[in-house]
Every structure is written in C-alpha cells, then in structure tokens.
Write a protein that binds this ligand. Structure first.
Ligand SMILES: Cc1cc2nc3c(=O)[nH]c(=O)nc-3n(C[C@H](O)[C@H](O)[C@H](O)COP(=O)(O)OP(=O)(O)OC[C@H]3O[C@@H](n4cnc5c(N)ncnc54)[C@H](O)[C@@H]3O)c2cc1C
Length: 504
C-alpha cells in the first residue's frame, strides 16, 4: 500500500489540466494512465515516417480559451499553437454534376457577418452586403432570399448578448427549434447542420441552441480562428500539459489501468491497481462519468435517482477516420471540408440510417503536413479525413467501402498517389479513451446535457471524489478538448477552494 495526496485516473486533457494546476498549487499528484501514451483521444502515433493524430483534430480558441488559462497560471510557455488555421481552408461540395470548390476564409466571412450584425444591431431585419461566405453560398445554389435569411440568422448568432444567451440556456431548446424562429428554409438548416455536426457531432434536432451559439461565436468565429500545434501534431497539447505538470513535481505512470475506486464510509480511500491499493484522500477520474460511477465505483453507493440520471446520459456520434499517407501532395490547404450538397439538410440527424447502409454526407480533413511539414516524409503528404458514424456499425467493411468511394469522388487521383491508409473505427477511439461507445464528444451537447444541466464533477455522497473531462462539469463549456480542459480547470479550482463546489 502506498499513499498519495491526489490521484488522477487517466491522462486525457481534463485529467492533465486538473493535475497540472493542483501540482502547481503544491499538491503531490499522481496520474495513472492505462495506455502506453498520454492524451487519450487527443494523441498521435508514428508510422513509416508519418505522424498521424489518432482522431481528427483542429482546435478552437487555442490559448485564448482554456489552454491559455492553464498555461498562464502555470507561468509556462510550453504550448505553441499556430493561429488562423481556418484562413487556408477549402470547401469542396459535391453536386449532381460533379463538385465545386471554394477557398473558405472564415475570418473574411466573420468580418462580413460582424459588419452586417452591427448594421442591423443583431435584430436580423434582413440583408447586409455579405461578401465572402455569402457569395460562396450563392455558388452553392442558395437563392438570393436564402442568403438574405442566412444573414439574419448569422447576425443574430454573432450579435447575441450574454444576457440573451443566458436566457437561451434557460429556454433549453435545440438548434432546429431556434432556427425555426427565423426560417424553415432547408438550405439554411442544412448549412447550420454542417457546422453543428463539425463542432458537436450530433444533428440540429438534438443539439443545444445555446451551446451551439456559445461555441460558434466564441470559439469558432473568432479573430484568431482555429488552431493547430506548430509541431508534434495533436500530441503536442497533452505533452505540453504533462511537461507543465512534471515541472511542478507531478508524476505520471503509463501502462497502469485502475481497476476500481475504493470507498470507506462516505470517503474515498484510494484506487486499486491490480492487487495494490494506492491510498489518497482525493481521487479525480478522467474516465467518462458513466463508466466511473457504474464500473469504477459501483451503483450500490448511490440513490436510484442518481443512477437513473447517469444511465440516461448519451454520447455524440462516433467517427471513421482515414489517415492518408500520400506519395505526393493532393491538397494545398490547411484544412478541408467535403460535403454533399444534396443531403446536407439533414446532416447527422439520420444516424443510424433507416436502411442500414452509410449515408454520404461529408468529411472534415486537417491536412497535417501542410500545418506541420515534419508530420510526413519530404515530398509526401499527411492528410486525415474523418466522418461521423454511429458507435455500433452493422458492417464496417461496407461502410468503409462507401466512404472510400466518396473520398475518391472528391480526389480522383487518391489511389494513384496512395502510399498507405490507416482507417480507425469507433473501437479504436474506445481503446484510446476507455469510453465504450468511442464517441467524438463524451456527452452529446443537448439541452439536457449542457450548461447547468450537465452532470456535476462532484460525485454525490462521497467525500474527495470527482470526475473531469468532456463528460462532467456543470457549466464547463466548449468544443471537445476545450470543454475537457475547462472541466479540469474548474475542478482544480473547487478542490483548491478558489470557487465554491456548487459551480462545478
Ligand atoms: C474523431 C474525433 C475527433 C475529434 N475532433 C476534435 C476537434 O477537432 N477539436 C476538439 O477540440 N476536440 C475534438 N475531439 C474531442 C476531444 O478529443 C475530446 O473531447 C477530449 O480529448 C476528451 O478529453 P477527456 O479529458 O475527456 O479525456 P479522454 O481523451 O477521454 O481520455 C481519458 C483517459 O483516461 C484513460 N483511462 C481510461 N480508463 C482508464 C483506467 N481504467 N485506468 C487508467 N486510465 C484510464 C484513457 O486511456 C485516456 O487516456 C475529437 C474526438 C474524436 C474521437
């Protein structure tokens, strides 16, 4: 038996952020990680000279968001991110007669929308010149009226005040319900559905309108745009956090799966690793709250109503990801979005598809070697394309074949230039996170699972026990890693007494 001050189970973004802040504040913190690597979903691996991300990541907010909070407080500049990633992004949209490609500069679009919002005071009474993105939309077949209505919607999103946003959280409606207040045009619902799916990996019919607007306005459409590590791919983010954690004396043990959390009376006593009890008065689990409560702790410790709530939690969709090792560059942009105009209107609301076969709808693709040339051998290209799938697929081979044909539609020279492709499935995401469904977001960001409705990081009735990451933390906001990081920061603050427990 050994004794520690704080044990954190799992070295995902939430666990590392929480651990780094606790270590900096003087706690003796031990992180136990089941995998041989750290970072969970936000990690990378090497193969034949390529450095691939395990998932498919572009990072909202960057140091302006929760990562910035962590590194500012640590007083360390270990995290190096490239800003404005969305400035060199292309959108290729498949129509019946082939595809059309747009260079898509989110910042230009942002400026035109902001100008439009200011002109109309966010009231949305129409128009705005809407250059940039609006012009591109006309090219997609949007009518003049559709563009006008979309400008109204965008103006209301970008012009929304904090007070109105708080009221929208209270209202608890979905993106579809909110959009219907302005327009029922399927093209607009489709356009927003693509953004909802890219950020939350669920459809408009399920996603929280308030959280969508919070993230779209505050994290996606910002002056600095999207971010990606300058070197080291996605793995750089957990590595930088782990460096900060170790700088303040923290210890990480990899290849160390925790079997259970031990409770004595109404207090946490520690964790079991194999047959060994490691004692600590504070335990923070970075596993999903569902797995933590039902499997690591056990239902007997809780009221039925709490177990019912935990069992009812649902994750987002999962993903199939194509990691393309290309003998020569096929894409000149930093990021690529491929979608199918024909079917865009119900993006992500139709899983699982009624007829059991995959539904072509779109890919999101960071082109890693354009962002960081060291992620591919000289002259080659490293491109990752991901698309959404349900967590349990009937026949992954069939699904993969359909998606592969889709990718070839967009890039006819793909096979000619292919060195090799690694395809990852929900089970691979599950292996890197311990979340059984292999979701993109551990909790689907629906009205009943966001804001104050999100499960608390505090495990009720057991002193010293917490959960962090993208499945827990009342009022932890943001997309994926930022949300997980926010949860870690707030939990550390509550443990340190900087904020009251009711906040998390
Ligand atoms: C395909 C895909 C695309 C994504 N795209 C983006 C994106 O573009 N931008 C973005 O910001 N986010 C994105 N995300 C989401 C983001 O990666 C996650 O929300 C975030 O990384 C989750 O962090 P977490 O703290 O919840 O920990 P997780 O990543 O879930 O890590 C949990 C850790 O706990 C460990 N663990 C599990 N069980 C045990 C055990 N018994 N003992 C010890 N350790 C254990 C795991 O091995 C893992 O290291 C994406 C995710 C996926 C899968």
């Amino acid at each position: 038996m050994t004794k520690e001050n704080v044990i954190i189970i799992g070295a995902g973004i939430g666990g590392l952020a929480c651990g780094a802040l606790l270590a900096q504040a003087g706690h003796k913190v031990l992180i136990l990680e089941k995998n041989s690597y750290i970072g969970g979903a936000c990690s990378s691996y090497e193969k034949n000279g390529y450095l691939f991300d395990r998932a498919v990541h572009i990072f909202s907010s960057g140091l302006n968001g929760q990562y910035g909070v962590v590194f500012k407080r640590l007083g360390l500049d270990y995290l190096q991110l490239r800003e404005h990633v969305n400035e060199i992004t292309a959108m290729k949209i498949y129509k019946q007669e082939g595809y059309v490609q747009y260079d898509f500069n989110v910042n230009t679009a942002l400026k035109s929308i902001q100008a439009s919002a200011q002109k109309k005071g966010g009231s949305g009474a129409g128009g705005g010149s809407g250059k940039g993105m609006m012009d591109s939309l006309k090219g997609l077949g949007f009518t003049k009226n559709t563009v006008k209505e979309l400008t109204v919607v965008m103006s209301n999103i970008m012009g929304m005040t904090k007070k109105k946003l708080r009221e929208l959280y209270e209202e608890g409606i979905t993106v579809t319900q909110w959009l219907n207040k302005y327009t029922e045009d399927p093209a607009i619902h489709g356009f927003i559905a693509f953004a909802t799916a890219a950020m939350f990996c669920i459809g408009n019919g399920k996603a929280s309108a308030a959280e969508f607007i919070h993230c779209f306005k505050g994290e996606m459409m910002t002056e600095e745009g999207m971010h990606y590590p300058i070197s080291g791919a996605a793995q750089h983010i957990p590595d930088a956090m782990a460096r900060g954690f170790k700088h303040y004396g923290g210890e990480i043990r990899t290849n160390t799966p925790v079997k259970s959390i031990v409770i004595k009376g109404n207090k946490v006593q520690g964790v079991m690793v194999g047959d060994e009890l490691i004692e600590a008065p504070i335990v923070v689990s970075n596993l999903s709250i569902k797995w933590s409560v039902l499997n690591l702790i056990g239902r007997d410790y809780f009221e039925k109503s709490y177990i019912d709530k935990i069992e009812s939690l649902t994750p987002s969709l999962s993903s199939i990801t194509f990691k393309l090792a290309l003998k020569k560059p096929l894409v000149e942009h930093w990021g690529f979005v491929n979608c199918y105009h024909k079917t865009l209107h119900d993006f992500a609301d139709r899983y699982p598809p009624e007829k059991g076969y995959p539904f072509s709808n779109g890919f999101f693709g960071p082109i890693l070697s354009n962002l960081d040339p060291k992620t591919a051998p000289p002259g080659c290209q490293n491109a990752i394309f991901g698309t959404l799938v349900p967590s349990k697929g009937p026949d992954w081979k069939k699904w993969t074949d359909v998606y592969w044909e889709d990718l070839k539609t967009f890039f006819p020279d793909l096979e000619k230039n292919l060195d090799f492709v690694d395809i990852s499935y929900p089970k691979d995401i599950s292996a890197s996170t311990g979340k059984p469904e292999g979701p993109v977001e551990g909790l689907a960001l629906t009205p009943s699972q966001t804001g104050k409705n999100k499960p608390s990081s505090i495990i009720p009735g057991i002193e010293g026990l917490y959960v962090v990451g993208d499945t827990a933390g009342k009022n932890a906001h943001g997309i994926g890693t930022q949300e997980a990081c926010h949860s870690g920061v707030m939990c550390a603050d509550a443990i340190l007494g900087n904020i009251t427990f009711d906040k998390i």
